[in-house]
Design a protein around this ligand. Structure first.
Ligand code: ADP
Ligand code: ADP
Length: 233
């Protein structure tokens, strides 16, 4: 069952008289429950593709279907709604609100989804507990370690039960040991049936994914099943 389907998508950025063809023609199909790592040199189009997959941007040409629904021509508002429902974002820099507690950060997407305060707190605490941070619910980001902050961010990504988790260099700001703890959490989320799409430039991190797509110059260079998956524990 396909979650992500792109058909010959391209992206052209215009800056004055100059144009940059960030994506040339990318056709890719990702099924529900897959765990995919995107790799490739800087400038190869990874962020551009992630922005399209995450409904932050639309392709210049080609079609993109998310969960069977064509989102290629949607307006900003329509995209925002799809994003809130279907995508859980995890960033290199965590992107937590500094003045809010873990619980409030995790509950944030539920405000947009229209849940009442009681339900929000209950659900946020449940997800925080599932990532091992039930006892850090009232701590603020600066009272947490990097790995704990990223787990709060992952809990926030999961709280709406999204169709896909989109992680952009999720271990980029973490030390080696903490990176592996985050990969252990991703491994569990994948075992539980979540669809995970991750960008990384680290081979050691990509090895946890079950499929590795390498980009170059706006094209998919290789797209291979990982026969040597690293597992934690
Ligand atoms: P990666 O994530 O692999 O580093 P990007 O998708 O960020 O690659 O960039 C692909 C190409 O598109 C690069 O040449 C980059 O300079 C260009 N690019 C990315 N974003 C923009 C933008 N907003 N405006 C103009 N050019 C851009
Ligand atoms: P980096 O990978 O350099 O740390 P970020 O992870 O902060 O960059 O952001 C990656 C992309 O996601 C950027 O294109 C940014 O505009 C977008 N983005 C960042 N924060 C949010 C957010 N809270 N909601 C939606 N899009 C975001």
């Amino acid at each position: 069952q396909s979650v992500i389907q792109t058909e010959n998508i391209s992206k052209i950025y215009r800056m004055g008289s100059e144009t940059v063809e960030a994506l040339k023609s990318v056709t890719i199909n990702i099924n529900k429950g897959e765990y995919v790592a995107f790799m490739g040199p800087s400038g190869s189009g990874k962020s551009t593709l992630m922005n399209i997959i995450g409904c932050l941007d639309t392709p210049t040409n080609g079609r993109y279907k998310l969960g069977g629904q064509d989102v290629s021509d949607m307006t900003e508002n329509e995209l925002a709604e799809i994003r809130n429902k279907e995508i859980g974002f995890v960033f290199q820099t965590f992107n937590l609100l500094p003045r809010q507690s873990s619980l409030e950060n995790v509950a944030l997407p539920l405000i947009y989804a229209g849940f009442n305060k009681y339900d929000r707190q209950e659900r946020a605490l449940e997800v925080l507990t599932s990532v091992g941070l039930g006892d850090r619910a009232y701590h603020k980001p600066n009272e947490l370690s990097g790995g704990q902050r990223q787990r709060v961010a992952i809990a926030r990504a999961l709280v709406n039960n999204p169709s896909i988790i989109l992680a952009d260099e999720p271990t980029g700001n973490l030390d080696t040991k903490t990176s592996y703890e985050i990969m252990e959490l991703f491994q569990r989320l994948h075992d539980e049936g979540n669809t995970i799409v991750m960008v990384t430039h680290e081979d050691d991190i990509a090895k946890y994914a079950h499929r590795v797509v390498r980009m170059r110059d706006g094209l998919v260079e290789t797209d291979e099943i990982n026969n040597d998956i690293t597992r934690v524990g």
